[in-house]
Design a protein around this ligand. Structure first.
Ligand SMILES: *Cc1c(COP(=O)(O)O)cnc(C)c1O
Length: 389
């Protein structure tokens, strides 16, 4: 059996929606973009939606619209996809990392508050793996300090925090639509905001800094971050089923939790906290602390050998070669992030993952773990379990 890590869920109406645009001959800056933006804003519960060609582009424009410049500091998470911090570097500002909570994987309000300096100009929390971070207390800190918040909601479309959709709390939020996300446009993203001025700036900057009124008048430095109508038509159709998609993924999580329950070496992802609803992006388990990063890497290889695609989501951003080089980060800088990141295993996860596939993954994981030698066994002189492969 071969089980992919992720798979887009494309149906016939998705394909027809794309064909319709191809037949219309308006492939970009057409009606589908506006409809897609409206649908995304409706889901987030915001006034504006601005379609862009990736989540990363969206984050970049939000950073610019927040007025972030060279020398400014923006507080963010080291346990995320690299784009969460790169979008700050694009403006020659400094990402200031703070450590995460070991259970939720999110940066904590306490750690954020402790990291604020006179140079802090924004907060960029991440709803990692689709789990809402402590966004209300973070907003309270931001309000007290007068700081804008940019929510990296790229993995969290549809997630709610006390009944309110993530992405709608801060000055701006971004959803991403690469094919491994809950909803896909092939490539793409959308900025959501209630701030008229942020919306106007982002709209202009994604389209070469054009003034709204005149095609050849450029009043800002802009980019070509536009998303084509082909992508938007696909996204619009997918957004119509977002609740269905979120529910389907929750069911897969439930099946996984059951299937892995008896594997004591594995910590399943924690369930939703009260009053929060996760929009599951990935299913990431962790090995118990008694295992090492090398053990985890070994399990990844053993799973792959059995046809189970898996990934080490996410290696800490501060330990990526480019961040070590630019900022001199060393191992141990953010111990909780490093301890968690060394032990994570993202298992295959998509809407249509079957019970049979989940059973296969569970059995493969059990076999892979049986080949390990936990530290406590080594210390007690007990030999490793023999490989059952
Ligand atoms: C996917 C993702 C992004 C950016 O998405 P792209 O569309 O690939 O540019 C940003 N942040 C996080 C946390 C993501 O998972």
């Amino acid at each position: 059996m071969h089980i992919p890590l992720s798979a887009p869920d494309l149906n016939d109406t998705d394909k027809n929606a794309v064909l319709e645009v191809l037949n219309s001959r308006t492939l970009s800056i057409g009606p589908k973009t506006l409809e897609f933006e409206k649908a995304a804003a409706e889901i987030a519960g915001t006034k504006h939606g601005i379609a862009v060609n990736s989540g990363t582009s969206g984050l970049h424009l939000c950073v610019r619209a927040a007025g972030i410049r060279e020398g400014d500091e923006v507080i963010t998470s080291p346990f995320s996809f690299v784009a969460s911090a790169n979008c700050i570097l694009f403006e020659r500002a400094t990402p200031v990392f703070v450590d995460i909570d070991p259970i939720t994987g999110s940066i904590t309000p306490e750690a954020i508050e402790a990291a604020i300096t006179p140079r802090t100009k924004a907060l960029l929390p991440v709803h990692i793996f689709g789990r809402p971070c402590a966004i209300a207390p973070i907003m309270e800190i931001a309000r007290k300090r007068g700081l804008p918040v940019i929510e990296d909601s790229c993995e969290a479309i549809g997630a709610t925090y006390f009944g309110k959709r993530v992405g709608s709390f801060g000055q701006s939020g971004v959803f991403a639509f690469y094919p491994n996300k809950q909803v896909t446009t092939g490539e793409g993203g959308v900025i959501v905001t209630n701030d008229d001025d942020v919306a106007r700036q982002c709209r202009s900057m994604r389209n070469q800094g054009r003034a709204a009124s005149n095609w050849l008048e450029h009043d800002l430095i802009g980019y070509n971050y536009r998303l084509s109508d082909v992508n938007c038509a696909l996204g619009l159709n997918q957004l119509k089923r977002v609740d269905e998609i979120v529910a389907a993924r929750s069911r897969v999580v439930h099946m996984y939790d059951q299937a892995l329950r008896h594997i004591s070496e594995v910590i399943p992802p924690p369930p939703d906290e009260p009053n929060c609803e996760i929009s599951w992006f990935v299913y990431v388990v962790r090995l118990q602390d008694e295992f090492t990063g090398a053990d985890r890497d070994h399990v990844l290889l053993e799973l792959q050998r059995q046809g189970v695609e898996c990934r080490n989501y996410f290696p800490p951003i501060h330990l990526q070669a480019v961040y070590r080089r630019l900022f001199g980060y060393k191992d141990g800088a953010f111990p909780v992030t490093e301890r968690v990141a060394a032990r994570t295993i993202a298992l295959p996860f998509f809407n249509r993952l079957s019970a049979e596939q989940i059973e296969y993954v569970a059995a493969a994981l059990e076999k892979a773990i049986a080949t390990l030698k936990p530290k406590r066994y080594v210390e007690a002189g007990i030999p490793a379990a023999r490989s059952v492969l």
